[in-house]
Design a protein around this ligand. Structure first.
Ligand code: FAD
Length: 318
């Protein structure tokens, strides 16, 4: 079932959803299920599965020469989606990137999803590979998420890359895109970012999922700005409970979001990560309750593959 249909079916009730990462290569899929199963009690209508592009690593040989290798540390997005749908009978939503994909790869990826009965995708540009400063599109790939949305929309209309294919069955994907309440790190301003966000909607995206934020005011202002700009699609807030002292620096650096002063002060007072974890959970519960009162369609939690904190939060909120 599509995300928009889940919203319609819920009749205004906020639902619990979450995002997982594929396990590191070599780990058994049971390690993932161990973290998903406890969260099924809260009846998520769907689970998002992130996509992780290739990385370059350098292996040193005995003669001192370095060999450049391309590896993917977390493969398996499509397989995990299929396994989730099969095991839990809920929708799984794969993320799909511009980075690392040619248009042909994208089309084939979408055909796989369609055959597996997956009818939602989140279309993203992806970040630059770790060794590069700026995002570079793959040769014959897409530069921005908007171009990827267009390709998915084209396929939904039965338009394949090779216009001479003998059959051209249309797919029927519901398309999510990302939004950034505190603007995307490369955008010169929030207004500019929303300008391009609107183009993703105009190209055919059906809903927006936001980057994590720790101050609900930022989310409410973002929604207001989107509505003022004429964006009418559902906007799903993304939430993550803070869990360690290291994250005080890591989260702003990695995700380009601010942490509220009150949260920082509460974390600084803690004597260890057990206390910090509790502060993070309570903060996230308060955020969740306020967002729920504002009738958001879903509360979408970034689990980072660990379920215990999200479980505690969901038990208080749902
Ligand atoms: P875009 O929408 O293409 O925007 C990128 C930047 O370009 C923005 O600054 C935008 O304002 C600007 N821009 C857009 N169009 C134009 C244009 N035509 N001209 C000039 N500027 C333009 N990454 C992963 O690798 N895997 C994942 O699974 C994943 N999941 C995510 C889920 C969510 C909910 C979010 C919020 C992010 C996720 N990311 C993921 C990270 C994401 O890939 C990065 O933030 C990436 O840098 C931007 O992707 P985007 O789709 O937002 O890009």
């Amino acid at each position: 079932m599509k995300v928009l249909e889940h919203i319609e079916k819920s009749k205004g009730k906020t639902q619990f959803t979450f995002e997982i990462l594929p396990p590191l290569k070599g780990q058994h899929i049971d390690s993932l299920f161990e973290n998903i199963t406890p969260l099924m009690e809260f009846k998520p209508p769907f689970i998002d599965v992130t996509y992780h592009r290739e990385e370059y690593v350098y292996k040193e040989h005995d003669n001192g020469l370095l060999e450049k290798r391309i590896i993917r540390k977390r493969p398996g997005t499509v397989g995990i989606c299929a396994a989730i749908q099969h095991r839990y009978k809920v929708d799984a939503i794969p993320h799909i990137l511009c980075g690392g994909f040619t248009k042909e790869d994208t089309e084939n990826f979408l055909i796989d999803l369609d055959f597996l009965g997956i009818d939602n995708v989140v279309a993203l540009r992806g970040d630059a590979v770790k060794s590069e400063t700026y995002f570079k599109p793959t040769q014959d790939g897409h530069l921005y998420a908007v171009d990827l949305v267009k390709q998915i929309k084209d396929l939904n209309q039965g338009s394949y890359l090779d216009d001479e294919v003998e059959y051209s069955a249309p797919t029927d994907f519901c398309i999510g895109v990302s939004g950034y309440p505190e603007k995307h790190m490369e955008a010169p301003s929030l207004d500019s970012d929303i300008h391009f966000l609107k183009k993703k909607i105009a190209a055919g995206a059906d809903y927006i999922v936001t980057q994590m934020f720790f101050d609900n005011t930022k989310f409410f202002e973002f929604v207001e700005k989107c509505r003022d700009a004429g964006i009418t699609v559902p906007i799903i807030p993304g939430l993550k409970p803070l869990a360690t002292r290291k994250q005080l620096n890591l989260i702003p650096h990695r995700f380009h979001v601010d942490l509220p002063e009150a949260l920082i002060k509460a974390v600084v007072k803690c004597k260890d990560n057990t206390e910090i974890r509790q502060v993070g959970i309570e903060w996230c519960i308060a955020q969740s309750k306020e967002l729920m009162a504002a009738n958001v369609p879903f509360l979408h939690y970034y689990s980072m593959g660990k379920s215990t904190a999200i479980e505690q939060i969901a038990a208080e909120v749902f």
